[in-house]
Write a protein of this length. Sequence first.
Length: 496
Amino acid sequence: MGDAVSSDTYTPRERSTYRKRLMDDLEIFDKHLQDAEFIDQGTIGLELELNLVGDDLQPTTRNQEVLAQLSDEYQSEIGAYNVELNHPPLSLAGDGLHKLHQGLDARLQNVRVAATNAGARVAMIGTLPTLTTEFLEDPAWMTQENRYLALNNAIISSRGELLPINITGEEHYKHEFEDIAPESSCTSIQLHLQVAPNRFADVWNASQAIAAVQVALSANSPLFLGHRLWHESRIAVFQQSIDTRTDELLTQGVRPRVWFGERWITSVFDLFEENVRYFSPLLPENRSTSGTPMMDGDSPALHYLNLHNGTVWRWNRPIYDPSGDLSHIRVENRLLPAGPSVADIVADAAFYYGMVKYLAEQNRPVWSRLTFEEATSNFYAAAKHGLYSRLRWPTLGRINASTLVTEHLLPQAREGLQELHVAPPLIDEYLGIIAERAHTRQNGASWQLAALKHYGRGTLPDTPDRREALTRMLSDYLGNQRGGDPVHTWKIPTTS
């Protein structure tokens, strides 16, 4: 979905032709995996999605004015009130985490300056609390680019009816939308990890096994359109907002396009093959029309396979990248919400990379003792309850997420980072943030809920009093965010 497309609608002939070429690409990819030499440098990268708000802290649709002032490291998102920044690849070894922290600070400041010039402010948060149903029902919510219009048209056309959002947590939100506007509310961090093809399965399986713990630790989306729902409501909102299935197809067991998966894998090819077998193409853009070459240097560009892969939203997505002297494979870890602070983001990255390194190297891996069904159940439990969830883990049974982290997983993450040759003081600093967050059970979600309880005690969803409370809470949140301290140190408001 990162590439521009030429049209916002497609003909049946274009769809039939695309399907044939997609199958051809899958066969080419299989042969390329077996025969080609791939980059294996273990580098990391990061994408960060941001919200734009006005002085009143309500969403403002000014992303084009902001992006006009920035380099190509910054891109649009589907929401006209969103922008994305990209951190270039780097190595974790030595002071890599420090460089990542500095790089994010600098790029975030660039967006803030551009936003100020455009009459806006930046909010780095999983779901913007001041979003309203009315805002998302206004067509102005969407960035007017063909790729977004085409995606919206394809999903709504596939459904053939309105798109329902129906989520029950502490409160209940239910509404039917005419387009995929709720998807724009889901702003995330996406961690990249480059890996050799023969090691991909172990890294992806490790990423899936640890996904629930990541969500529990980092939940930062407890409020959707003024309602208190899951600690990481973004998980449910994202899945429902681009679900092409009607109730009948869901009953038949058709798989959702936002997908945790259904099995451990033995090869990266397994995931691409599943994508082709289970999901109809949404954007059947011809290769020559899009301007994609057949080859990128000595590597096949695989236009059809890559474009299709971008319309299946796995929480850990496989990426084939043909650019550069040699092609490479990476895992795109997509399940973390944006924010709360840059320190928290780097700590989340350190925990993820350390855990994956440790788990992927084990002789008896965790996924040989944890069923995929248990991993899936863990994931949704963590999304609902955050650091108050109970997760199932091999040899430990059901255990509190916070206890699992502090007493069992942190030493493993530390060992993984040591194996990656990360500077010891940086391991102490960033895993220390994770330890304190787990110990206090204060992540972005729990802080938001506590602050809302103070400002909005007794308020009902979608009332003027609740909206005022959400604005006051967000004001405090952004003040803490600008201060740069990790979320476990943020004070809960105690005065009016």
